[in-house]
Design a protein around this ligand. Sequence first.
Ligand code: 16G
Length: 240
Amino acid sequence: MLDKESPVPMYVQIEEYLKLRMKQGEFSVGTAIPSERELTEMFEVSRMTVRQSITNLVTEGLLYREKGRGTFVAAPKVEQPLSGLTSFTEDMLSRGMEPGTQLISLKKVIAEDDIAQALQLMEGEQVFAVKRIRYADHKPMAIERSYLPVKIVPELDLDAVEGSLYSFIEHQKELSISHALQSMEATLVNKEDAEFLQISVPAAVIVIERVSFLTGEMPFEIVRSTYRADRYKFISEIRR
Ligand code: 16G
């Protein structure tokens, strides 16, 4: 099955083979792929070669390992458009997934300099600092660290932060969310976030920082969202 004369390394050929079987639906989401031993025998290569192929596919997010159980086919990544100002809850519901939130902390604090500057606050003004893990179909997808000025949202109850913050702002507070500025960068996950996201280090994450405004140019949140890179793919349409 493998072309031993080919300049394409064996482990790459094995990856291609496994990808093809996944694409053709022979290995469907959640099913185990053959064991390392079976693949070693099937391809007549060393165990190290097989392990290299599997590790690469795990890193790409196509497969995942479970200790003592084997290697399984991962669900396709969530494709997140970068064009609209949507909430996590809206994003998940629009894909037919169940959004979930675990509140890690909710505090009223004096805004630090960089937060105050982004939110156009004076020195000493207060913000709500909210840390949440966001889930889709009970799987952790992202961690969000949000800061909201207390003068705009004077009370933030548990219902608001354990559900949709945007829905609370628009429907309970009757404020009008208008636009946002965001940046995106890749980084390696730190230990704390790896635990929240249930991934083992080293792993890549995508960090999006967003400052969102109400109609009238008033910033109402700054959020740092850390997404699992194996679960997310960001899509944008560009025109010439
Ligand atoms: C998204 C936003 C975040 C916002 C949250 C509200 C990005 C990068 N972040 O995750 O800024 O606070 O949605 O979601 O898209 P919620 O209404 O479900 O609480």
